[in-house]
Design a protein around this ligand. Sequence first.
Ligand code: SF4
Ligand SMILES: [Zn+2]
Length: 313
Amino acid sequence: MAVWRSRDLLDGEAAGSLTMILRTRGCRWRRCAMCGYASEGAPASEEDLIVQFRAAAKDLSAEDRVVKIYTSGSFLDPAEVPESVRSRMIEAIASAGVEKLVFESRPEYVTRELVEASAAKIRTEVAIGLETSSDLVRDHSIGKGFSFAQFKEAADAAHRGGGSVKTYLLLKPPFLSEASAISDALRSARDAAPHSDVLSLNLTNIQRGTPLERMWFIGDYRTPWLWSAVEVLKNVSSIPIICDPVAAGTRRGPRNCGRCDEAVAEAIRGHALTQDPGVFDDLDCGCKAAWEKVVELEDLAFGSPIYMDSGRL
Ligand code: SF4
Ligand SMILES: [Zn+2]
């Protein structure tokens, strides 16, 4: 179990939030190329889950207007979190005066009834890892195992249940060039926006024990440039889009040249809380020209990209 406090966008302003990660049996799918959660998880009894939850929730303070309960899998999967345990957690968060609850789920577990049961007690947001609106990329580059149509059904069910939807998009799934990754994220944002209330751009990082790590070890994968993230964030304006550049500037994280990473990551964090693209205006570094060349030339070096279909929101 892990718990930490941060700030999140709530109704257009920065608000205190508490994130708890409960150790469950883990995601049942476990096949996504970049996901280290596949090797996490251990059987957890109902009692154990409640003990973990209580330990995390005792850190709740009046400043925590948002609570995120994550499980390295799907909160709505009854094999991970039995329904009775889930209800007790939701009840406890609601009665603590928290304004909003966020949890994650694969689409197959999202039903109107389950979301309604939560939304009746507290404002509820279901976070779904769509990653990309391209079925080709999601299937073959990531191995996610569900279609865009299934995502839309789940988002619709969540909305009918009175919840909101946060959609995760992955910047730079394996096998995509830098330019294709930017195009893919922009197109995905455009496609996912009508079914989402907020987008969360996740920048790929190299997690241990994953197929992506094996690609990275042999030099077949580079994590996205932070400039690419900036490019995507600047060009999505029809819907709030947040981004937490986890592990930015490290060997395994999204990165630029090493000199500007912290400043660019800080601007990305600032944008998440303000939605002001002006935070990117003063950023510059010598490596930006190198990134521009990569975006321009990488596809020429490796052949014609199949995913190119850039779109601005
Ligand atoms: S990315 Fe999500 S769905 Fe895929 S293996 Fe990881 S936890 Fe499961
Ligand atoms: Zn730089």
